[in-house]
Design a protein around this ligand. Sequence first.
Ligand SMILES: [Mn+2]
Length: 235
Amino acid sequence: MKPIIGITCLYDWKNEVMRQYQNYVNVVKKAGGIPILLPAVDDKEVIRGMVEGIDGLLVAGGPDVGANCYGEEPHQHIGGVSPLMDVFEIQLVNAANDLGIPVLGICRGQQILNVVLGGTLYQDIYSQRDNCIQHRQQAPRPYLAHSIKIEKNSRLAEILGTELRVNTFHHQAVKDIAPGLKVVAYAPDGIIEAIESEDKDRFFIGVQWHPEGMWDSEYNYDSLFEAFINASRKK
Ligand SMILES: [Mn+2]
């Protein structure tokens, strides 16, 4: 039986449309999971029911996380936010933690994982940090714009090794890491590129890049999705 992987949707509040990029669906399917899309809702009971119906949770990329989610006022360079997505995804990850199912966060998804557990974000790395390299590449999706170093003693290093090149499409990043999580990858400028649970037995990983954007390219990030889907198989 293939594990069912719930993928969060983007909610475009201007047009009242929920959608998601096909790459996420394709990569879950390729790695051996059954992808289903989870629309953003704000009802706790409904969210709990969603999580009871899946074996693994993929929190996808998307707009900026609202500064209010981690107790800050909006910086002048914060981008568009989607408040329903914030409310939904925070409750969704909490429910996934309650039920102990594996969680993979990508880009915004990584930031949500950190915020749920009490961490904070840079609202705009370019104005809040000095000497950033470019983290918003102007190149095709699978282009590997910058390098990262992954910590040796981490679950992520077991999966991907310790040195990697990645694509990059962000202007926010993890600032203060949440209790219970550890930083496991950095870009050359010190920007946090991956986080994971301190609990070795728990698959709870966030990455700042977009591995799903390489699902059919010559660069192979399949092992990350295969590890996630394997962890999601019912014991
Ligand atoms: Mn980056």
